[in-house]
Design a protein around this ligand. Sequence first.
Ligand SMILES: C[S@@+](CC[C@H](N)C(=O)[O-])C[C@H]1O[C@@H](n2cnc3c(N)ncnc32)[C@H](O)[C@@H]1O
Length: 368
Amino acid sequence: MASREHSEGITMSGGGLYSLATIGAKHVIDAATPMVIDAINSLSQESISSGFTFSDMGTADAGTSLSMVAAAIDAVSTRVPHAPISIVYSDQPRNDFNALIANVYGLGPFESYLDRRDDIFPLVSGTTFYKQIVPAATLDIGFSATAMHWLSAKVCNISNHVQAVGAEGKELEAFRAQAHRDWRQILLHRARELKPGGKLVLINFARDEQGRYLGNTGGINMFDQFNQIWQSFLEQERISRAEYENMTLPQYYNTVEEFSAPLQDPDEAVYIAGLRLDHIDTRIVKCPFAESFTEHADATRFAEEYIPTIRSWNESIFFNALSADRPLDQRRQIIEDYYASYRDIVRENPEGHGMDYVHAYTVISKIA
Ligand SMILES: C[S@@+](CC[C@H](N)C(=O)[O-])C[C@H]1O[C@@H](n2cnc3c(N)ncnc32)[C@H](O)[C@@H]1O
């Protein structure tokens, strides 16, 4: 039976629910597949022959990247038919690694790539991307999608919103400074991991040139909606002010300039470590549930399909923001009520809701 994690910190839905609820995230990764293939084709023959290593950082249950990894394996095999291939899946220790194993080994709802050829070695790590995950100079391609907006720490609570997109003044500055440090730390670890000539393909949530970001591409601002429902719970005294402020998501969406700076400024440690920006562009992948609503026009169906995709990534944060002094059942009920309220809002007035993804697609190389 599917289960949901309620442990501390950030966790995606467990029991394989993550990949089932987040078909949009798969579309985002599929759109990056040509970049991964190009990156593989740029590697030297010697590098691949000595053993090809690919890492998928912040992989969740690996379901959304299975097709991309299969394409990467085919591309490597075309270059060097019998090269041993290691696929290193990493996420936080509390991630649902059982679901990941089921997906990679074909025990879940998805087709595995393992029977494509011999010498494919899936490896699993619970090491955060804020640390070095693989030994120095062993990585050919480092990949990550929709994960590195999670900061290493929540610098402060935001007093009037749940996400940095709604923060102001000193609170916004604190988030910006943390994101600045975190992005550099992520890159410096990758600089150590990469072989000379190796590449990173990083698909990260971003604030684009027109100020758009996840769930804010023209219709209702999704983060404002999250906030409004929690504020109404606060006004109704269903949660305390401390709990409301604890709802703050430890995330930040960099701009293209913020992503690019450490890779282009010769004085930056990342640049000195040998990383260079090959490419960056921002893209929007439409919310699949809002897209299909334009065809079926069934508001109930839209609400029932849309809320689980949101819930898959923010439930653990919201749950853990509730006071541990409350009985567990009460905390669970508040969370159920929260998503039920959201579902009712969407069902009653569906126009403008949706979670379009806004990402920066980035290719970075380690100088040879
Ligand atoms: C939205 S999911 C993305 C999963 C998958 N990459 C995709 O695109 O569908 C974000 C993932 O990042 C992971 N994550 C967050 N912070 C992390 C960290 N510091 N190190 C490793 N993984 C992290 C979460 O646990 C979660 O599994």
